[in-house]
Design a protein around this ligand. Structure first.
Ligand SMILES: [Zn+2]
Length: 137
């Protein structure tokens, strides 16, 4: 097999980071066979095994599936602690890890809480509770 025939991810990790930092978009993948959306590139669809994956934008909304409160963060987040480190299942598929600056204790968040991606100048994929800071529609 030559390099040109190897399946290749349509975007790199660096491009993914640029996508949410500069364009406010969460980039992911969609299986053309079964429609599964995923945030993580694989050579084949984890549900149906198809290799026909295309680039697709993921939803900016989802539900918290796991979280923890970080009181002792890495250097980039020194001024933000404590905050919640979250795993979010996006609407329509795709799981991403991110953080929520305004959640400062375990009693302020629950599994299943609705959140939305809020593009920010700060590092990482930042989420806020749905409805928080949003103008009513
Ligand atoms: Zn599939």
């Amino acid at each position: 097999m030559t390099a040109s025939t190897l399946p290749r991810a349509p975007h790199t990790i660096e491009e993914w980071v640029k996508g949410y930092e500069n364009d406010g978009k969460l980039r992911g993948f969609r299986c053309r066979s079964c429609g599964l959306r995923s945030a993580t590139w694989g050579l084949a669809c984890p549900r149906c095994g198809s290799r026909d994956l295309e680039e697709a934008e993921l939803s900016d909304r989802g539900s918290v599936v796991a979280y923890t409160i970080l009181a002792v963060p890495g250097d980039e987040f020194l001024n933000e602690a404590p905050y919640a480190y979250v795993v979010v299942e996006l609407d329509g598929g795709g799981r991403v890890t991110g953080w929520m600056p305004r959640v400062r204790s375990e009693t302020e968040l629950r599994i299943g809480d609705r959140v939305r991606f809020t593009p920010s100048y700060r590092p990482g994929v930042q989420f806020a509770k749905e409805g928080e800071g949003e103008s009513p529609r």
